[in-house]
Design a binder for this molecule. Sequence first.
Ligand code: ATP
Length: 356
Amino acid sequence: MSMKSDLLKDAIKKKKAETREEELSYLRFLESFSGVPRGTVMVGTRVVWGFPHIPRIFTLERGVERNIKSRDVYIEEKIDGYNLRIARIKGKIFAFSRGGFLDSFSTEKARELRLEKFFEARPRHILCGEMIGNTPYTKPTKQFDVKFLVFDIMKEDGDFMGCPKRYELIKKFSLESVPFLGKFKSDDTDSLKRIALSLNKSRKEGMVIKGTDRKTIAKYVTPNADIEDIANGASIYLDMPPGFFYQRVLRSGIFVKEFALDKQKYAQRLGEAFYSGLTKVLKEASKGNEAYEEFEIVIRDTSIWQHIRDHMSRGVHLEEVYRREEGEKTRIRFRKKYRKTSRSLKAYLHGKGITD
Ligand code: ATP
């Protein structure tokens, strides 16, 4: 891929791209435009291509057969965090979100990861991975602060490195990878099914299946993860897009059928997921409290907190729970309060009627 200047002007005029002045002056594509993917970032002539969607499969055997064009498949755990692209630009490390924003929180964390050696050897390559842990977007943990698990290395032209080469570089530069679950023949359905069942049992999100050259790829998610998402989503019910629940019910249903799992048990768990989340938030609402989720971050540069506030979506209100100095760093625990769920439930519990 390459980028012509007429295309850039056109994209800006049509509001498909915008320029931003932050630690870097950069341009981001808000949407896909003329073959340039959403989330693509430009700094001068340097392009960091957007990270493409990964096709989802709903059924394992047929899904792999139709989507993966490779004799061998590489299976990795699908990690439930948020997507980052980390690049070295003008000698400094920067982390970009899926939408192409320069993410100051993730950039601070990325600079602590000791990626210099990798970028010395591969200055124009981009590390794509999932960040998890104590971040503004993922479930807090006491076990570690944050982790960045690499799942792809993107070359300058936007193409990805093949799987064997990526694993080799990850090892050579002591990077942390998403868990590798094995290499199999693509028609070795028994092994793939065994992995899917074991991921489901251990409550992991799912797997990503990649062809050797990484040109074909598919994601496959477990019903236990779907049900857990539903339980979490139900506690902020009215702030979730309806498709969130609809998709997960469908997917988990197909998995339960394909693997002949105990339908009764899953039916009960699915119902409980909806009701447990809803009961939790209704209890809060009846006490006059709002619907919220809690997060925790540890930051060196406290201006990052303001940056997080500025970038929060409109439907969410941030509230600090506590703040503590820890040496050179500051730990902040905060709540994301969800306006729509909070307001609607409060009104319904106070007897509001609606015509539907
Ligand atoms: P889409 O694939 O359409 O972008 P999405 O943004 O809703 O979907 P998910 O459905 O969670 O995201 O799945 C895709 C994402 O999974 C990737 O963008 C990546 O951030 C993440 N991911 C986690 N583990 C892996 C892995 N092992 N390989 C590739 N991607 C992974």
